[in-house]
Design a protein around this ligand. Structure first.
Ligand code: SER
Length: 338
């Protein structure tokens, strides 16, 4: 008999690290898929790891044959900066990979006769504000506003939100006898900051890079202007939000994708709080105009009221407590700076 499990794709990435720890401690049986073998500490917490790509449908067939999947956390993606260098490959991974997983979830559901929960991290990159004046005027952006992304990654995230909505509500609408089995739910994450891992290939990476470099005693050159402002949240809050969204009854959800945020901060504000904790650190600026333009197209803040109302989203950390109670103590421990 096949075993009921949760599958996590992109398991070795930043979100995967924290999510696997949380899911494993709550007793979930986990199967993972990542292009790289998992870090042994992570591997110990999962029942089975598949090394391979979400674009490999024969690998997904093998998972389907062996396991009974009830939940999918589809985290695998190429981030915003990296995707700009190889747009066709990024599209293949980000969109076709997601389509493969949605099809996989539908077929899983058909085979075991239950809905398959599909949790998807979309991004603030789904927004595109035309210029700084528009960004200043826009304030806290709602989910349906300004969805004209300037990056391929942002376009991919929007497409996948729509694909998920399609599979949940309209899949094969012209065929008789189709039972839709995908229950897709997405969050639009702001910049995520973790004390445990450093992102790679994203454009909001400067926040994490600044903190980790200071804690390691390395100097850091920030690639965006001091006034650059976007929303952020800590990784523990991000993972908690994914788990909470996964746990609510479908009937509570009024939309497919939900904005999330914990605080909005400028690069200068983040630099100041990092320097207060590590006064000997050197953090300077050398603006990369192209990456700057990407962050400038993202809203300074987002309106998360739909997530709060529909499923009780409430981050634990605001700007002050994120640094005081989580990031600074945890990076100190991580790099032996206690
Ligand atoms: N943090 C991501 C990036 O910078 C956005 O979701 O690409």
């Amino acid at each position: 008999m096949r075993k009921p499990v949760t599958i996590v794709t992109g398991a070795g990435g930043e979100i995967g690290h924290e999510l696997i720890a949380r899911l494993a401690s709550s007793g979930s049986v986990l199967v993972t898929l990542d292009v790289m073998p998992l870090d042994p500490r992570l591997a110990r917490r999962v029942s089975r790891q598949f090394v391979g790509s979400v674009t490999d449908t024969s690998l997904l067939e093998r998972v389907l044959a062996e396991f009974e999947v009830d939940r999918v956390f589809h985290l695998a993606a190429r981030l915003s900066t990296r995707s700009e260098f190889t747009p066709a490959t990024a599209h293949h991974v980000n969109v076709e990979g997601t389509l493969n997983l949605l099809e996989f979830a539908q077929r899983q559901g058909e085979s075991h006769g239950r809905p398959v929960l599909f949790v998807y991290p979309s991004s603030v990159a789904a927004y595109g504000l035309a210029d700084p004046a528009t960004k200043a005027r826009a304030g806290c952006v709602r989910e349906d506003e300004y969805t004209h992304p300037v990056t391929l990654y942002g376009c991919n995230k929007l497409s996948c939100e729509q694909l998920g909505r399609y599979y949940t509500r309209h899949y094969k609408q012209l065929s008789a006898d189709v039972t839709r089995r995908v229950d897709f739910r997405a969050v639009r994450f702001p910049g995520l900051v973790s004390a445990e891992t450093v992102p790679s290939g994203g454009t909001s990476d400067y926040a994490s890079e600044m903190i980790h470099a200071a804690a390691r005693g390395e100097s850091y050159v920030c690639f965006v202007r001091p006034d650059t402002t976007v929303p952020f949240m800590t990784m523990p809050d991000g993972v908690e939000a994914l788990l909470k969204l996964a746990s609510v009854p479908r009937a509570c959800l009024t939309r497919t994708e939900y904005n999330l945020r914990a605080f909005s901060a400028s690069a200068a504000e983040i630099r100041a709080v990092v320097l207060r904790a590590f006064p000997e650190a050197t953090i300077t600026y050398a603006v990369d105009e192209k990456r700057q333009a990407i962050v400038d197209s993202w809203p300074a803040d987002v309106d998360d009221s739909a997530a709060r109302t529909d499923w009780g989203f409430e981050p634990m950390y605001d700007f002050q407590s994120a640094f005081r109670d989580y990031l600074i103590p945890a990076v100190r421990r991580r790099y032996g700076r206690d």
